[in-house]
Design a protein around this ligand. Structure first.
Ligand code: NAD
Length: 356
C-alpha cells in the first residue's frame, strides 16, 4: 500500500506530521513517500505541482494531502498559484467524487453555531461532483458583450454543463454510499431554472431505479441551503454538482462547529483517492503549533477505509479521536470552558495513546 504524502504549506506540514505518526503506529505495511506541493513546491521548483510530485501521486494508491496557499503567492499568475496544485491533481487523477462528511461529535455540540438540539448526533455526507459544472465548462472568458442588457460593455462568462455519463457515475457513487448508511439520498439541483440541472434530475431519477432499497428525493439548492440550517438531521447523503456542493459543504462544515474537525476524500473510478482536511493552510496560525490535526487524522482514516481497504484500522483511528475528545482535550479552535487546551503535537500524542 503506497501513500504519497503531500503536506503543502502553512499548517499543512504540522497536521500531516501528526497523521503520519498515527498511520505509522498501526502496524500496517504502508509505504509512505513525501513530496513538495503548493507554494513550497513553487519556491523550490518554480511550479506548484512539479512533475515528480504528480508522478508520485499517480503511482500511489492514495494521496494524503495537507493544505496549500499563502497570501504571499496571491500576485503570481493564476497557473502558478499554490491552489492550482489541487486542481491539477484532481484533473490528472480523475478525482470526480468528493466526499465531505459532516459529523457533530457529542462532545463538541456547544461549538456549533446552531442550537444543540438541531445538531446533536448530526451525521450527513455531502457528495460533490468535482470535475465538471461551471468550474470547468468551456467556453469561458472575457469579451465585449454582443447582446444582453449592455451590448458593447465588457463582460465575463462561464459555462455550466454536465454530460449524462458524468451524472450517472456520481449518482451511482451516492446510491452506493447511502446503502452503507441510512439508505437515503437527496439530490440537490436547480432544475426549475437550469437546463443542466434538469438533465441532472432526470438522470439521477433514472439511476435511482437501480437502487430500489434507497429512498431518493430531490431538492432545489436554495431550499437545501435553508433546510441545512433549519433541520440538518433530515439529511443522510446529499449529492450535487460542483458549484452547489462547494457552497453547501462549507455550510455543512460550520454546523459541526469547527472546520478543524472535518476530513474529506476525493475518489476516482478505481478508488484511488486524495484525502485532505476540509480547511486551508491557515497562514494566520501556521508555525505556532496550535492547529487542530484531527481533520487530517480523520482524513487518514477515510483513506484506510476507501482506498486501502483497511476498515478495521480506520475504525481504530476514529474511536481514538472520540476518546481524546471524551477526555476533554481540545486545540484552541474547539476549546471551551472546562476542557483542556492542547497544541498540535500534544493532540497527536493523545490520539496515538488512545489507539491502544
Ligand atoms: P483556512 O481554512 O485556511 O482558514 C480559515 C480559518 O480557519 C482561519 O482562521 C484558520 O486559522 C482556521 N483554521 C483552519 N484550519 C484550522 C485548523 N486545522 N485548526 C485550527 N484552525 C484552523 O481558509 P483561508 O484563511 O480562507 O485560506 C488560507 C489559505 O488556504 C489561502 O491561501 C487559501 O487559498 C488556501 N486554501 C487551501 C485549501 C486547500 O489546500 N485545499 C482550501 C481552502 C483554502
Amino acid at each position: 500500500m503506497k501513500i504519497a504524502v503531500l503536506p503543502g504549506d502553512g499548517i499543512g506540514t504540522e497536521i500531516v506530521e501528526q497523521a503520519v505518526r498515527v498511520l505509522n503506529a498501526l502496524d500496517l505495511k504502508l509505504e509512505m513517500e513525501t513530496a513538495l506541493v503548493g507554494g513550497a513546491a513553487y519556491d523550490a521548483h518554480g511550479h506548484p505541482l512539479p512533475e515528480a510530485t504528480l508522478k508520485l501521486a499517480k503511482e500511489a494508491d492514495a494521496v494524503l494531502f495537507g493544505a496549500v496557499g499563502d497570501w504571499k503567492y496571491d500576485k503570481l499568475d493564476r497557473p502558478l498559484r499554490p491552489e492550482q496544485a489541487i486542481l491539477g491533481l484532481r484533473k490528472n487523477l480523475g478525482l470526480f467524487a468528493n466526499f465531505r462528511p459532516a459529523i457533530c461529535y457529542e462532545q463538541l455540540v456547544g461549538a456549533s453555531s446552531l442550537k444543540p438540539e438541531l445538531v446533536a448526533g448530526l451525521d450527513i455526507l455531502i457528495i460533490r461532483e468535482l470535475t465538471g459544472d461551471i468550474y470547468f465548462g468551456q467556453p469561458r472568458g472575457r469579451r465585449v458583450s454582443p447582446d444582453g442588457h449592455f451590448p458593447g460593455a465588457e463582460e465575463a462568462f462561464d459555462t455550466m454543463r454536465y454530460t449524462r455519463p458524468e451524472i450517472e457515475r456520481i449518482a451511482r457513487v451516492a446510491f452506493e454510499a447511502a446503502r452503507k448508511r441510512n439508505k437515503r439520498v437527496t439530490s440537490v439541483d436547480k432544475a426549475n431554472v437550469l437546463e443542466t440541472f434538469q438533465l441532472w434530475k432526470d438522470v439521477v431519477t433514472e439511476i435511482g431505479k437501480e437502487y430500489p432499497d434507497v429512498e431518493l428525493d430531490h431538492m432545489y439548492v436554495d431550499n437545501a441551503a435553508m433546510q441545512l440550517v433549519k433541520a440538518p438531521k433530515k439529511f443522510d447523503v446529499v449529492v450535487t454538482g460542483n458549484m452547489f456542493g462547494d457552497i453547501l459543504s462549507d455550510a455543512a462544515a460550520m454546523l459541526t462547529g469547527s472546520i478543524g474537525m472535518l476530513p474529506s476524500a476525493s475518489l476516482n473510478s478505481s478508488n484511488q483517492g486524495l484525502y485532505e482536511p476540509s480547511h486551508g493552510s491557515a497562514p494566520d496560525i501556521a508555525g505556532k503549533g496550535v492547529a487542530n490535526p484531527l481533520a487530517t487524522i480523520l482524513s487518514a482514516a477515510m483513506m484506510l477505509r476507501f482506498s486501502l481497504n483497511q476498515a478495521a484500522a480506520a475504525d481504530r483511528i476514529e474511536a481514538a479521536v472520540q476518546k481524546v475528545l471524551a477526555q476533554g482535550l481540545r486545540t484552541p479552535d474547539i476549546h471551551s470552558e472546562g476542557t483542556t487546551k492542547v497544541g498540535t503535537r500534544e493532540m497527536g500524542d493523545a490520539v496515538l495513546k488512545a489507539l491502544g
